[in-house]
Design a protein around this ligand. Sequence first.
Ligand SMILES: CC(C)[C@H](C(=O)O)[C@@H](O)C(=O)O
Ligand code: SF4
Length: 464
Amino acid sequence: MSGKTIFDKLWDRHVIAGKIGEPQLLFIDLHVIHEVTSPQAFQGLRDNHRSVHRPDLTYGTLDHNVPTKEIFDIRDLISKKQIDTFTANVKEFGIPAELHGSKGQGIVHMVAPESGRTQPGKTVVCGDSHTATNGAFGAMAFGIGTSEVEHVLVTQTLWQVKPKRMKIEFTGKPQKGVYSKDYILALIAKYGVDAGVGYAVEYTGEAISDLSMEARMTICNMSIEFGAKLGLMNPDEKTYAYVKGRPEAPENFDEAVKDWKTLVSDPDAEYDKVLTIDVSQLKPMVTWGTNPGMGLEFGEKFPEIDGNINYERAYNYMDMKPGMTAEDINLGYVFLGSCTNARLEDLREAAAIVKGKHIAENIVAVVVPGSRPVKTAAEAEGLDEIFKTAGFEWRDPGCSACLGMNPDQIPEYVHCASSSNRNFEGRQGPHARTHLASPAMVAAAAIAGKFVDVRALVTSVNES
Ligand SMILES: CC(C)[C@H](C(=O)O)[C@@H](O)C(=O)O
Ligand code: SF4
């Protein structure tokens, strides 16, 4: 009999009922909630006189609607309602949560790891498509819909059909200036936004082991942009070190680590599909179009339309033409934020590039730390001053301009270099035009006033 993948092991461990190939009932170890996808679920509970089965395994935060300029000045009525409703719900049902202005508040996929709740071996769900971020810890983490949120609140379980297994091996050492964001953008550009549909993806290989936990989260975060049900990685010493000492880390930590060590893919495990990417061949990526797969290495010419109506539509929306390169993009805005790339390491990488320089005249640049702990840590090491001196705005944590659900929006028709994960039409505001890239590329673009190849800059930064 062949070995098992980490995903097989996690799946088997959580099945309560049902047969393989049919929906199976899974136990959920951690249910994370935010203000956008939980209100109807709580209302459903109330209407049916039900309670939350395991408030202790539920954890909430406010993120999508919070204003980042003046966090308590919520002018939008829908935002205010969602924030107030969420606050009342978690109080009524006794759920631990990071409420408005609390010390741990931030984007949902950041606060769960930061609190220590995200751990190897857990099933983690959230009414949000980027829940696979938690998969970087060796957790089986995926997004669910609002009716499923209600199901999990009431039962702490969920019916799911087991997805197929894909292994993506990242080999080699990257050049300086190439980051995990480039790995995932390159993967999606090469295989497309649907290539992961129906799969649980395991990211593995030397290039993944070499990454920090923060950089690993960036890759897992974008699993959904590849179409995958979930993305996960084998836990290792870096994973244990990240969890250790956090408020919700297991009490008997050494025992937990012993168990976690068994939750890795066996060498002879079988997969339904295997892909390999050599990261030593990658260059910094920039998207030109209106899905995350419409991306290219910096310097490459944008593709011909050749009858592709998606390309035609994307070019029209973005007001660009085949044959242009990323350097020709008429940038007006830079957004450094989101659950993809607004952790401390991301801000450090960007700050190293902007230090001692000033943003270009044509640019408005905003930094939005993904969580309050990140903001506090960044300020403790003076990153805020570096950004502010360079002309960036330094904001409070939240989803911000990653999507236009709060006052932070990119103005109409303006091109934005963004460290986030989605470049859909209208994603950052009506008619806004988004170009996804790594935090370092985005920072360099703020200074130069256009996209530049960050590899040259990073070398000189490191030498100085
Ligand atoms: C609002 C929320 C449901 C949504 C998601 O599911 O991902 C958002 O976080 C996003 O990134 O588009
Ligand atoms: S930061 Fe963006 S991608 Fe992440 S949860 Fe918020 S809106 Fe979704």
